[in-house]
Design a protein around this ligand. Structure first.
Ligand SMILES: C[S@@+](CC[C@H](N)C(=O)[O-])C[C@H]1O[C@@H](n2cnc3c(N)ncnc32)[C@H](O)[C@@H]1O
Length: 307
């Protein structure tokens, strides 16, 4: 067995844990439905609206999987309005994808796989999402089953496994991940190893304003998040990529993070927290801890060796 086959077997056992059993039961009891898939105004729509047999059971199961952090999805005629409007991030990214028909794409930390569904529409050979969080795997499975798509898949793997792939991927998405891990440059080196020569990666992150190449290393929380290590300026992010020996480093986005993009909704209700909870209510240019408020940066980078 290969490393990844063994890891897949090991991670399968997570479904036997207490929380896993609850999620499994909710998914396994779902009746078969006629699959359907399309994207409309940024919404990933699944479940055939002209054949609504079993709709109530499917919606009940989707409700059992609350909170939905990424979306939007539509299941039959029900809009699943997630905390994040991931379609807005997609709109920033999509014009820079180029022709990816037939490509092998990896999405690291894919959450429930919203971007995988958007990639499927572009006829990639395979969009493979990895994320080690079981409730997100369950959300992916529900939407995936209703979609009937064959060119996307999900595994409960993590960033720490990426360098086990060597020259495998044409494209890698690494979005909303770099600041959650303690070594930004090692992550970029792992991505470089996993990309084919000439392959490209999109690195998206929260960041702080400033012209200098520096990163905030919050002593405690950042915008109430406990697992934040380095929050770079844009110039620092580009410098990390350059030091990891990427070429053709392009800035794709440098934007404010707004409540249009991230907010609580009925599908991600309290006690989940969202953007406004992390900012100073009297001065939204600062986090609640007094650090600069997050911006969103995205860069496109290329591995040397392409034609
Ligand atoms: C801020 S979200 C970003 C989600 C998505 N990539 C996006 O841009 O909207 C961070 C994601 O990283 C996932 N994650 C947690 N631990 C991870 C790990 N070790 N490796 C990769 N992803 C991880 C979380 O489950 C979560 O879905």
């Amino acid at each position: 067995m290969t490393f990844f086959e063994e890891l897949r077997q090991e991670r399968k056992q997570w479904w036997s844990r207490k929380d896993g059993q609850r999620l499994r039961a909710s998914l396994d009891s779902l009746p078969e439905i006629e699959s359907s898939f399309h994207v409309e105004a940024g919404r990933v729509c699944v479940g055939n609206t002209s054949n609504k047999n079993h709709k109530d059971q499917w919606l009940e199961s989707a409700k059992n999987l609350i909170p939905w952090k990424k979306g939007p999805f539509q299941l039959f005629d029900q809009h699943i309005d997630a905390e994040w409007r991931s379609d807005l991030k997609w709109d920033r990214l999509a014009p820079h994808l180029g022709n990816i028909e037939g490509a092998q794409v990896l999405d690291i930390g894919c959450n429930n796989g919203y971007f995988l569904f958007r990639l499927a529409e572009l006829k990639v050979a395979m969009a493979h999402g990895i994320d080690p969080v079981l409730p997100f795997a369950a959300q992916f499975e529900l939407i995936h089953r209703a979609s009937g798509l064959k060119n996307i898949k999900f595994d409960l793997f993590g960033m720490e496994h990426v360098d086990k792939w060597s020259e495998k991927w044409d494209m890698i998405f690494h979005m909303g991940i770099i600041y959650h891990h303690r070594s930004p440059v090692h992550q970029l080196l792992a991505i470089r190893e996993a990309l084919k020569p000439g392959g490209v990666a999109f690195i998206e992150t929260i960041g702080i304003p400033g012209e200098d190449s520096s990163a905030l290393f919050p002593p405690d929380r950042y915008a109430r998040m406990g697992n934040v290590w380095f929050v770079p300026t844009l110039s620092c992010l580009m410098n990390w990529a350059e030091k990891a020996k990427f070429i053709n480093i392009q800035v794709i986005a440098d934007t404010d993070l707004t409540q249009e993009e991230q907010r609580l909704t009925p599908w991600c209700p309290p006690p989940s927290q969202s953007l406004t909870d992390g900012l100073d209510p009297l001065d939204p240019s600062k986090t609640i801890e007094g650090h600069p408020a997050p911006r969103r940066f995205m860069i496109k980078i290329e591995k040397k060796g392409g034609k």
